[in-house]
Design a protein around this ligand. Structure first.
Ligand SMILES: Cc1cc2nc3c(=O)[nH]c(=O)nc-3n(C[C@H](O)[C@H](O)[C@H](O)COP(=O)(O)O)c2cc1C
Length: 138
């Protein structure tokens, strides 16, 4: 599958999570691209079979920043966020943004910044499985 990983990161934790997700998918034999939201490769994104969309947690409005993300055009999309201690409802908020962008939300996960890469590999496998199940005629 073609796997696009797109993220926003202020101090590098979400960028690291994005790179770990990308590396995990690549190890599984998939074609992967990883970019910040404002540098996403639109051609790759258009052809992608799954999108991972990530951001970081702030206590107030969590995912509004993601609105500079290009449209996701019905693609299976998994969310990931990094946080310090308590992620609150940030993953659900990312899901709202994905739906707004036209993506097919397959769920997401919060990663504690000091525990990375814990949980990344399992998250990637589950998301790829779910995406594959949703691709027509796959
Ligand atoms: C303004 C601000 C608010 C934050 N609020 C929370 C919070 O409510 N809960 C939490 O667990 N982490 C919070 N954090 C921590 C960041 O979400 C965390 O460090 C994250 O990994 C940063 O990602 P980045 O390095 O990709 O920018 C906050 C950080 C900032 C700067």
């Amino acid at each position: 599958m073609k796997v696009a990983v797109v993220y926003q990161s202020r101090t590098g934790n979400t960028a690291r999570a994005a790179e770990l997700i990308g590396a995990s998918a690549q190890e599984l034999g998939h074609e992967v691209g990883v970019w910040p939201t404002d540098k996403a490769n639109l051609e790759f994104l258009t052809d992608a079979d799954i999108v991972f969309l990530g951001t970081w947690t702030d206590g107030i409005i969590v995912a509004g920043r993601l609105l500079d993300m290009p449209g996701i055009w019905g693609k299976p999309t998994a969310g990931f966020v990094t946080h310090a201690v308590h992620a609150g409802k940030v993953v659900e908020k990312v899901g709202d943004v994905v739906t707004l962008l036209g993506g097919d939300w397959i769920g997401g996960r919060a990663f504690r910044r000091d525990k990375l890469p814990q949980g990344i590999a399992g998250f990637v496998i589950a998301a790829l499985d779910e995406a594959e199940a949703r691709i027509p005629n796959s």
